[in-house]
Design a protein around this ligand. Structure first.
Ligand SMILES: Nc1nc2c(ncn2[C@@H]2O[C@H](COP(=O)(O)OP(=O)(O)O)[C@@H](O)[C@H]2O)c(=O)[nH]1
Ligand SMILES: [Mg+2]
Length: 435
């Protein structure tokens, strides 16, 4: 089990096991979240910002009908992690200069050479001419590996078998493709050296020699939080513009992405999902965070929130158009009831002359109607015209009332709606008359 991911799974299970989600319980969740983020090597300041945002949002956002506080907190957690990874919008790999010079860096075995070919295939499919430069002069066989992959994907290739001077190879390779009018030049580099300092120094020199437009850090997703330290080291040699996470097809959930992103401020551009040259996908932060927090539970929850958002938009439209929905009626009735017994509410409004028993009856009705409306779906509340005979029966059964009670409520709703329409019409008329 990868440690970064298990940290976030613990946050989720703590949320799920909370009862009240009062200040004390939320604090415990936040502490767990902070631990998980710190364990993923996220910068302390960032950890504080994220947890602060989660807490503030949780205590200020409304819990929508049909959702629990736990679900709201889970959603906020999800959204803040997506934001941390750069947001919902996928990273866009731009080719806004010819040739665009891309330098791949990362340690040995992370998947640079394979990724160079994958990226070439991806870009060629989109109409760009791509050249690959074999600037890993350290590992025997690196030249041959890239040469074969280039042929397999039909990309240009430049390399000097037996060369020692990686910086020279990179510069000559770039020249070679520039003169031939290529759109993108990808430079594959070494991942191992006599020592780490030597490797980092070589990256610095290559970067100085070819002035890459984008340096891409290739990271093995199975290494977890160690990604943070690696990322920081490379970032110092050549500022990292984006990240490619490889081996996301395995059991690893790639918690290391958070560390790498946090260490460099760069975004994840692609993920590698297999050994073949076609196995490269644009990174989707939403999918990634869902994995981090444990699918498939979360997916269902997010879908429900999406649906709610759609409904809220419809409702806003209905309100703007002056339409009354059952949802509005329910809110109104709840408000009236929270003011006290109906008889005293009416008294406050100067309506104390009601015949005895009427207020009590009204109160009983309100109580019954609220129970009935609790058995309706949000779609039904928003759009009562869809409530047919079958739905009436289901709602009656669900609320322990009779179909007749449900129909009475619907009739009352229609009367109210009509009344509202007349009111707004006469208001318009009055306005028209200059009032
Ligand atoms: N399953 C899987 N294997 C990968 C992926 N990317 C690279 N590899 C494998 O990882 C190993 C090292 O890849 P290589 O490109 O030589 O790494 P380099 O040393 O950084 O250049 C090879 O066996 C690749 O086939 C991936 O996305 N999924
Ligand atoms: Mg390699």
């Amino acid at each position: 089990m990868e440690e970064t991911r298990s940290g976030f799974l613990r946050v989720v299970s703590r949320i799920k096991n909370s009862v009240l989600l009062d200040k004390k319980e939320v604090d415990a969740v936040i502490r767990e979240l902070q631990r998980a983020l710190l364990r993923a090597d996220v910068d302390v300041k960032l950890v504080f910002q994220v947890s602060q945002r989660v807490r503030e949002r949780f205590f200020s956002e409304k819990v929508p009908p049909g959702f629990s506080k736990r679900e709201v907190l889970l959603k906020i957690l999800y959204e803040e992690l997506v934001r941390l990874l750069g947001g919902e919008e996928p990273y866009e790999f731009r080719v806004d200069k010819r040739p665009k010079v891309v330098m791949l860096v990362g340690i040995q075995g992370s998947g640079k050479t394979t990724t160079a070919a994958k990226l070439a295939a991806y870009l060629q499919k989109r109409g760009f001419r791509v050249g690959l430069v074999a600037a890993d002069t350290y590992r025997p066989g690196a030249y041959e590996q890239l040469k074969q992959l280039s042929e397999a994907v039909g990309a240009g290739f430049y390399g000097e078998p037996g060369a020692r001077d990686a910086v020279g190879v990179a510069r000559r390779g770039l020249d070679y493709f520039r003169r031939r009018g290529y759109d993108v030049v990808i430079i594959d580099t070494a991942g191992r050296h006599k020592d780490e300092a030597g490797l980092i120094e070589e990256m610095r020199e290559i970067a100085a020699g070819v002035k890459p437009d984008e340096t891409i850090l290739v990271i093995d997703s199975t290494i977890g939080k160690a990604a943070g330290r690696q990322a920081a080291a490379f970032h110092e040699a050549a500022p990292i513009g984006s990240i490619i996470l490889t081996k996301m097809d395995g059991s690893a959930k790639g918690g290391g992405a958070l560390s790498a992103v946090a260490a460099t401020g760069a975004r994840v551009a692609f993920i590698g999902v297999g050994e073949k040259v076609g196995d490269l996908r644009p990174f989707d932060a939403r999918e990634y965070v869902s994995r981090l927090l444990g699918m498939p539970d979360l997916r269902g929850l997010l879908e429900r929130f999406d649906k709610l958002e759609r409904i809220e938009r419809e409702r806003a439209k209905a309100i703007a158009a002056g339409k009354l929905t059952l949802l509005d009626l329910r809110d109104q009735l709840k408000r009236v009831r929270s003011m006290g017994p109906l008889s005293s509410v009416l008294e406050m409004l100067g309506g104390s002359a009601l015949p005895p028993g009427v207020a009590e009856q009204g109160e009983k009705n309100i109580r019954k109607w609220l129970v009935i409306m609790d058995s309706m779906t949000v779609e039904e509340l928003l759009n009562p015209s869809i409530i047919d005979r079958h739905r009436v029966e289901r709602i009656a059964r669900g609320s322990g009332t009779t179909p007749r009670d449900v129909r009475e409520l619907l009739a009352a709703y229609k009367r109210t709606k009509k009344l509202m329409r007349q009111l707004s019409k006469s208001r318009r008329k009055l306005r028209g008359l200059g009032f």
